[in-house]
Design a protein around this ligand. Structure first.
Ligand SMILES: *[C@@H]1O[C@H](CO)[C@@H](O)[C@H](O)[C@H]1NC(C)=O
Ligand SMILES: *[C@@H]1O[C@H](CO)[C@@H](O)[C@H](O)[C@H]1NC(C)=O
Ligand SMILES: *[C@@H]1O[C@H](CO)[C@@H](O)[C@H](O)[C@H]1NC(C)=O
Ligand SMILES: *[C@@H]1O[C@H](CO)[C@@H](O)[C@H](O)[C@H]1NC(C)=O
Ligand SMILES: *[C@@H]1O[C@H](CO)[C@@H](O)[C@H](O)[C@H]1NC(C)=O
Length: 392
């Protein structure tokens, strides 16, 4: 039942090199990235193996990056720096920006699913079955966006057959036909993105709204709509990190909502889809889209991969589109797990990505925010908990 395969530095924006155990997708899309991490060192000593246990409750450890002046400093869960995030909750933030995510619910009743549906987790005072857990992650995703970008909205692209509702005023469910079976999900996700862009092109409300396609296990902790003004010329934006094999993460794709932007982004994603179908169908169902994305970018003759070594935004023409590359360190930051070097959290981080078995931490972070209304303090919670591996 468990397909065991090892991957190095997976769908990850962190710099960790590790081997991962791939578990089958259960119920919903956020679990695409539900990968079980384990340390690659065979010579773990005892304190390390305690650290690598998967925990079902929040654990705070030492905060990394202390002493580096450009990193967030914390005392416990108290932030010592005033990050710009503490003042950014402008009521107009997010105006003209939609977040778009793909999410689907499987309701077939194989023995497998019934068993996992009955597994429960407790976060705070709430008990979740496995599918409820995924809905909770989706809810937390929408909740963070409502806090930091109150004027934006969330569009959930889903299988017309999937049966769920989310009662939030900033969230809209948009069925898109396709094959959402587990083995086809990453391919379908690109297809659904393309269909969505086509729908927007037909609607032709030129440039009034921009789109940010993201995974739903992300917490948007600052107004990222500003990228569209700050970098006025890009059509499509991606996040990169300094990793030779997986320099791009497919969890964040921003598209300028002008007619030109929509067309160029669609043509770009068409090429990613084509590369996926022709080259990576046999690759992991988890990684195909990312490998295809990297292939399209790197196959452009003038592309210089050295630019990925510095965490600085840059723009490059690729496949007919002006592509803005944003550093993962700010736009797709992942709390690291396990052993390894770790230099803390940049002060102006904008998106925290709770990949793999960090989704409990996302729910804990949202609960913490709910009771404190303080984003920097919440970031200290995430940072202090960064070395812990969670049960989901
Ligand atoms: C075990 O690992 C910890 C953390 O890496 C380290 O501080 C400690 O010195 C190690 N102990 C032994 C006996 O190797
Ligand atoms: C963040 O706070 C720490 C501790 O108070 C301080 O040493 C550091 O200089 C601060 N960084 C910035 C950029 O203010
Ligand atoms: C959990 O519920 C108890 C009793 O209803 C309450 O005292 C406590 O504050 C709750 N804890 C959280 C984290 O909500
Ligand atoms: C999923 O289950 C619900 C009831 O639990 C049912 O109404 C719906 O039609 C089912 N969808 C599919 C695709 O089987
Ligand atoms: C569950 O349903 C999906 C389509 O909704 C189908 O692709 C998949 O094969 C089914 N899985 C099982 C285990 O029946």
């Amino acid at each position: 039942m468990v397909s065991r395969r090892d991957y190095r530095s997976m769908r990850s924006c962190s710099g960790w090199r590790r081997f991962l155990l791939l578990i089958p997708l259960v119920f919903v899309l956020p679990h695409l990235s539900s990968l079980v991490d384990f340390s690659s060192t065979s010579t773990r000593n005892e304190s390390q193996s305690i650290r690598s246990k998967k925990l079902d409750h929040l654990v705070l450890g030492p905060v990394a990056g202390q002493g580096l002046s450009d990193r967030l400093h914390c005392r416990g869960t108290k932030a010592l720096n005033r990050t710009h995030t503490s003042t950014s909750h402008v009521s107009g933030a997010g105006n003209g920006v939609s977040f778009v995510t793909v999410f689907t619910v499987y309701n077939n009743t194989s023995v497998d699913n019934v068993k996992s549906a009955n597994m429960v987790s407790v976060v705070g005072n709430v008990t979740y079955s496995k599918p409820e857990r995924s809905m909770a992650v989706l809810n937390a995703f929408a909740n963070f966006i409502q806090v930091t970008m109150p004027k934006s909205n969330v569009v959930i692209l889903t299988d017309p057959a999937s049966d769920f509702s989310i009662g939030k005023s900033n969230v809209m469910v948009q069925p898109v036909r396709g094959d959402y079976s587990r083995s086809n999900l990453m391919l379908q996700r690109i297809r659904s993105y393309i269909t969505f862009l086509e729908m927007k092109l037909e609607k032709n409300d030129d440039g009034r709204n921009h789109y940010i396609f993201t995974d739903s296990d992300m917490a948007v902790v600052d107004d990222i709509g500003t990228i569209f003004d700050k970098h006025p010329n890009f059509h499509i934006a991606l996040t990169f990190r300094n990793n030779k094999d997986q320099p791009l993460n497919s969890g964040f794709i921003a598209v300028r909502g002008t007619r030109e932007g929509l067309i160029r982004a669609k043509v770009f994603l068409d090429q990613v889809l084509k590369a996926y179908k022709t080259k990576y169908m046999k690759a992991s169902r988890m990684l195909g889209d990312q490998l295809a994305l990297v292939w399209v970018v790197k196959s452009h003759p003038s592309f210089d991969a050295k630019r990925f070594t510095k965490p600085q935004a840059f723009t490059q023409e690729i496949a007919g589109a002006s592509v803005l590359f944003l550093p993962c360190a700010l736009y797709n930051w992942t709390p690291p797990e396990g052993a390894g070097q770790f230099h803390g959290m940049p002060l102006d981080v904008k998106i925290v990505h709770f990949k793999g078995s960090r989704k409990r931490l996302m729910l804990e972070a949202w609960n913490f925010y709910k009771s404190t209304s303080n984003i920097p303090d919440m970031l200290c919670l995430v940072l202090g908990s960064g070395r812990t591996k969670y049960d989901f």
